[in-house]
Structures are given as structure tokens and as C-alpha cells.
Write a protein that binds this ligand. Structure first.
Ligand code: HEM
Length: 304
């Protein structure tokens, strides 16, 4: 049975380091070869610093996949689609490789980053790095707990991992870097913030059906399929921030390639009456890209 990359379903950590790379032309065969080595490097770090709960994920961008592995492609892997509706804009960019390094020690993430950079050397170019941290008891910087309704236990794997076929244990991944307008958000009274999110702030309790506005984030993100089953994502988002900018690096993994986009559309377009997700009045997506994180076995078997 194929094994998934550990960071897809792992529990939250204290520190995250997220790296976005593009590949230099013509290096595909050496990148493929380097990718066969990477799972072992991640495994060794996990063993060496076992108390840090280190995990790493590498994922391949929707466009780059065709160049890297031209023979076979996960069926649902498509580039991120930009959305522009009223004043809500979700940009898209094409990134070749995404790396998620997470652990409870910032130094361990740093060591992992250095190993990765020396493995790939001049084959790839760093486009962006987003260091993230756990904020208080797992809250977004808006002050609301993020991740409560994530799948738990065994269902994490069911939600996140492709079940069968050549890409079993792989996962469709979407990443968006959101920048918050906290100066604006902090002026909103707590009761109104709770109506915008759809949960209470301190205790993190979901509002009743009667109380929940159509425009609440939780309401808009709760999308059902034709049979009434909720479309679930395995979210691994983390806050980032410094003295000048603050926000959330939204990361979701899913066995189903279309769920993310269907939920995002529900947030941006809202209902027929135009009830969009009012959280989007306080945060802006600045990037957006789509990837596939293949199983460890797939990565190891694709050498030259
Ligand atoms: C739920 C924050 C973007 C999908 C939540 C919750 C918070 C939150 C506080 C409630 C607690 C929980 O269950 O986790 C944010 C912030 C975002 C963001 C701050 C961006 C700045 C997104 C995006 C998607 C998404 C882009 C997917 C396209 C979901 C889902 C839930 C959720 C599926 C669970 C809804 C349910 O209760 O069934 N989010 N979110 N979120 N969010 Fe987001």
C-alpha cells in the first residue's frame, strides 16, 4: 500500500516554513532524481529530532507536472483559476514546487530547509518563503480558532488522500496567502465578528441554524453535494505575521480535486441573493496556486 507524505494528515505544529519554488528549464531529469531522495531526508530528520514532530511535504504545481512527469498525471490536477467578482479578487499564479516544513522547533525547520536547498542546488529558484507560527490555542490572527471542523482520526486520511490507482495516497493541494486588514477587523465589536465567522470567539461554538447569517464564513464554507453530504477539506493553514503585515497561509489537502474550488466559489459568489462571505471584507487573497502531493512511493519510484 502506498504511503502518504506525513505532513498531509499530521496534527498541528508550533512552527511552519513554507517555500515556493520555480524550476529552471531543462533540469527536469535531475529534479526527478532529487525528488526520489527527499522522502528519506524528511524521514531521517523526523527520527533525529523525534520530539519536534517534524514532517515535510513536497508538491508539484499543476503546470510543471506535465514537464516533470509527462507520462502520467493525476486526472483532476488543474491550474488555480483566478476569480474576479465585484470587489473580490482571488489571484492565481503558477508555481512549480511547494514545500511545507512543519515541526515544534524552528531550528529543525531551518535544518530541513538547508538540506532541501543543498539537494536541489541551482535546479530551482526560490519565489517566496512564508514562515508561520501557531497562534495562542490554534487561532487565526482574527482571534477565532481555525481548524475545529477539520476531519479527525481516521477520517483525516479518507478526506485528504486519493484512494486508489496510480496516484493512491496522493493529495490535491491548494494554497492561498491571505493578508488581513486587522486594523479594520479590530474595530468590529466581538458580537459582529462572531456573526461574520459563524462561531463564538472565545469558546469556539458554532451558531445555531437560526442565528447563522448566510454571509457567515462557516455557512459559506459548508457546501453540500447533490446527496446532501458536506464537501470536506483537510485544512493545514497557519498564521504568519510581523510588524507590518499579518495574515493566514491557507492550505488545504483533499482526495477530490474540485472541492476547494466549489467552496471558494460559495465564499466569493455567495447565494443567488448575493450573500457572499463577509470575512472577505477583512482579508485579501494575494496569491493562489494548485498542486498535487504524490505518495512517498510515487516520488521514490520516478528516478531516471
Ligand atoms: C472554517 C478561518 C479561508 C474553508 C473556518 C473557521 C475559521 C476559518 C475561523 C471556523 C473553525 C473551523 O472549523 O476551522 C478562515 C480564514 C480564512 C479562511 C481566516 C482566510 C483568511 C478559507 C478558505 C476555504 C475555507 C479559502 C476553502 C476554500 C473552510 C471550511 C471550514 C472553515 C471547509 C469548516 C466549515 C464547517 O464548519 O463545516 N475557517 N478560513 N476557509 N473554513 Fe475557513
Amino acid at each position: 500500500m502506498a504511503r502518504e507524505q506525513w505532513g498531509i494528515c499530521s496534527e498541528a505544529n508550533l512552527h511552519g516554513l513554507h517555500l515556493f519554488f520555480n524550476a529552471h528549464d531543462g533540469y527536469e531529469p535531475v529534479i526527478r532524481e532529487a525528488l526520489t531522495q527527499l522522502p528519506k531526508i524528511f524521514e531521517e530528520l523526523n527520527e533525529q529530532f523525534s520530539e519536534a514532530m517534524f514532517s515535510g511535504v513536497i508538491a508539484i504545481g499543476a503546470t510543471f507536472w506535465d514537464e516533470l512527469y509527462p507520462d502520467k498525471k493525476p486526472e483532476g490536477l488543474k491550474p488555480f483559476t483566478a476569480i474576479n467578482h465585484d470587489d473580490r479578487y482571488m489571484p492565481a499564479e503558477s508555481i512549480d514546487l511547494f514545500v511545507q516544513l512543519r515541526s515544534d522547533r524552528q531550528d529543525v525547520n531551518y535544518i530541513a530547509c538547508q538540506r532541501l536547498v543543498s539537494l536541489f542546488g541551482e535546479m530551482i529558484e526560490l519565489i517566496e518563503q512564508v514562515p508561520c507560527f501557531r497562534y495562542l490555542d490554534g487561532r487565526d490572527l482574527t482571534g477565532f480558532v481555525d481548524g475545529t471542523e477539520n476531519p479527525k482520526g481516521r477520517s483525516r486520511r479518507e478526506v485528504a488522500l486519493v484512494k486508489e490507482g496510480a496516484f493512491a495516497a496522493g493529495s490535491y493541494l491548494h494554497v492561498q496567502r491571505y493578508r488581513h486588514n486587522l486594523a479594520r477587523w479590530d474595530q468590529v465589536p466581538t458580537e459582529d465578528q462572531e456573526l461574520i465567522i459563524g462561531r463564538t470567539k472565545i469558546d469556539d461554538i458554532e451558531m445555531s441554524k437560526e442565528e447563522m447569517p448566510e454571509t457567515a464564513h462557516v455557512k459559506r464554507a459548508n457546501v453540500k453535494d447533490e446527496d446532501g453530504n458536506g464537501l470536506e477539506l483537510m485544512r493545514q493553514s497557519m498564521p504568519y505575521g510581523n510588524a507590518s503585515i499579518q495574515g493566514l497561509l491557507f492550505i488545504s489537502y483533499c482526495a477530490q480535486p474540485t472541492y476547494f474550488e466549489r467552496i471558494l466559489n460559495s465564499m466569493v459568489f455567495g447565494t443567488d441573493e448575493g450573500n457572499y462571505d463577509h470575512m472577505l471584507d477583512y482579508t485579501t487573497a494575494e496569491t493562489g496556486s494548485a498542486f498535487f502531493a504524490p505518495s512517498i512511493d510515487f516520488l521514490k519510484n520516478q528516478g531516471n
